[in-house]
Design a protein around this ligand. Structure first.
Ligand code: AMP
Length: 463
């Protein structure tokens, strides 16, 4: 099967060829023809399967004819996080380069002015996170009754983040006569109910999870003492041929502390987590993309679905609490046919988490040798920050990115209320006593950036 067999226009086929794809992925092969025939779709697929192109490509052809009117987007794509929204926008740019379609991105954490101006001009494609969209809708800055196509992407993550009520509301504002595409990695009952209520005679398509099917990722467990994780990580980073790595931690505080520690030890590392404002997150990702830093320390929410080419290693500094997160995390490497390596640190408290992961992926992950950490001259690993007092531990527990039970609130909060949270945060802690070996920031002008949205995020594309 080739892309030409799917019924796409010549302009799109050209853009797809230039993107370097020759064969459609299973979700693309199964979804594109029915979407072009205006069918509703339920796609059970996750990031890494090529699902973005499976809706972006046919949408471009469907929207190719017709004109956008002020404040009335012709199509709407809902994404749970800003990063995913930005990634979909990039996909539109890439595939839509031979079409004259306009696009706007509505995401929290960036100024509204440019977003509103783009809407006023009229857009063919609106890509939004639910919180910001509802915000603008309630201010009367946007009308949804001209929107004949709706994509609800990563529906199960929307559920985790507490967005389902917003999505239900948004669905009721759109015209009843529309095409709706819903994508989700899993189909919990709430999502099934949402689909039953808002989709009409949908075609269901299910493709295999990439991580379970992927033979491109070599997975390893590493037994560590919880007080020696940093040493073990440095030993692995030094021993492995790390081109670029994403290191996942379960808590935002751990992300911050680990990044500082790595920088103190001379590594070129950066960090992303929910407490970092949007502009800095974009800047940090860009630094990672272009190789200014080659290590990105991340929380699950901030790194969800990130599509960065050539990540050679994923390290789970903390074993994830949710087995699904394991699949998402390691899926940051081994992308688009490349080889990848994943290491997961296992302390004596992680037995159950590892057991659940192995059940989910259906294989036993082998233990790698413990790296030699004996001669390291780094800061003492049982320093107070590693063994916080009880009050501090309980405070940290509250800011976990994905703690069960608090997950929905915390994650929704993270995406929707970035500005207020930033203002409420206490002043930054004093700088570490020891000067970092490398200049800590080389993204000067972007620091504290409050200007317009970068071009690829806000403006339309045209051929
Ligand atoms: P997604 O699941 O949409 O996040 O896509 C995962 C990755 O696969 C992205 O890097 C895409 O650029 C890439 N991709 C999408 N479609 C294809 C294809 N047909 N052939 C090769 N790579 C693809």
């Amino acid at each position: 099967m080739t892309f030409a067999d799917l019924g796409l226009s010549d302009e799109l086929l050209r853009a797809v060829t230039e993107a370097g794809y020759d064969t459609p992925t299973p979700i693309q092969a199964q979804a594109i023809p029915p979407v072009l025939m205006m069918r509703d779709i339920i796609g059970i697929a996750q990031t890494g399967t090529g699902k973005t192109a499976s809706f972006v490509l046919p949408m471009i052809d469907i929207l190719a004819h017709g004109r956008a009117r002020a404040l009335m987007p012709r199509s709407l794509i809902l994404e749970p996080t800003r990063e995913l929204a930005a990634q979909v926008a990039e996909n539109f740019e890439k595939y839509g380069k031979y079409h004259k379609l306009s696009m706007a991105l509505l995401i929290g954490g960036v100024q509204m002015g440019d977003q509103v101006r783009a809407l006023e001009k009229g857009v063919d494609v609106l890509i939004a996170t639910p919180g910001r969209l509802m915000d603008l809708f309630e201010r009367g800055k946007i009308l949804l009754n001209g929107c004949s196509m709706l994509v609800i992407d990563e529906a199960d993550r929307m559920l985790d983040m507490g967005f389902i009520p917003d999505i239900e509301q948004i669905c009721t504002k759109l015209p009843a006569q529309r095409q709706t595409l819903l994508f989700s990695a899993t189909m919990p009952p709430v999502i099934k109910k949402l689909a039953d209520r808002f989709l009409s005679n949908p075609k269901s398509i299910e493709v295999a999870r990439p991580a379970t099917a992927s033979i491109n990722i070599t997975q390893n467990l590493v037994k560590v003492d919880s007080r020696k994780k940093r040493e073990a990580l440095r030993a692995l980073l030094d021993r492995q041929d790390v081109h670029s790595a994403v290191i996942f931690c379960n808590r935002k505080t751990t992300v911050r502390e680990l990044n500082k520690s790595l920088q103190r030890h001379g590594y070129r590392s950066g960090e992303i987590h929910g407490d970092i404002d949007q502009a800095s997150r974009i800047a940090e990702l860009e630094r990672f993309r272009v190789g200014t830093v080659n290590i990105l320390v991340a929380s699950d929410v901030a790194a969800r679905g990130l599509d960065i080419k050539g990540v050679s290693h994923v390290f789970n500094f903390d074993a994830p609490w949710h087995p699904d997160d394991y699949v998402h995390r390691i899926g940051r490497t081994g992308r688009a046919g490349a080889k990848g390596v994943a290491f997961t640190f296992v302390t004596k408290d992680d037995a159950e988490a590892i057991d659940n992961i192995q059940k989910l992926i259906g294989t036993q992950i082998p233990y790698a040798d413990m790296p030699d950490t004996g001669t390291d001259a780094g800061p003492p690993e049982d320093a107070p920050q590693e063994r916080p007092a009880r009050a501090e531990r309980s405070k940290r527990g509250k800011e976990r990115d994905g703690k069960p039970g608090q997950k929905a609130e915390a994650r929704a909060e993270e995406t929707r209320r970035e500005e207020p949270r930033r203002q409420e945060r206490p002043a930054r802690p004093p700088e570490p006593r020891r000067a970092p070996r490398h200049a800590e920031r080389d993204d000067g002008p972007d620091d504290g950036w409050n200007g317009p949205v970068p071009e690829f995020l806000s403006v339309g594309f045209s051929g």
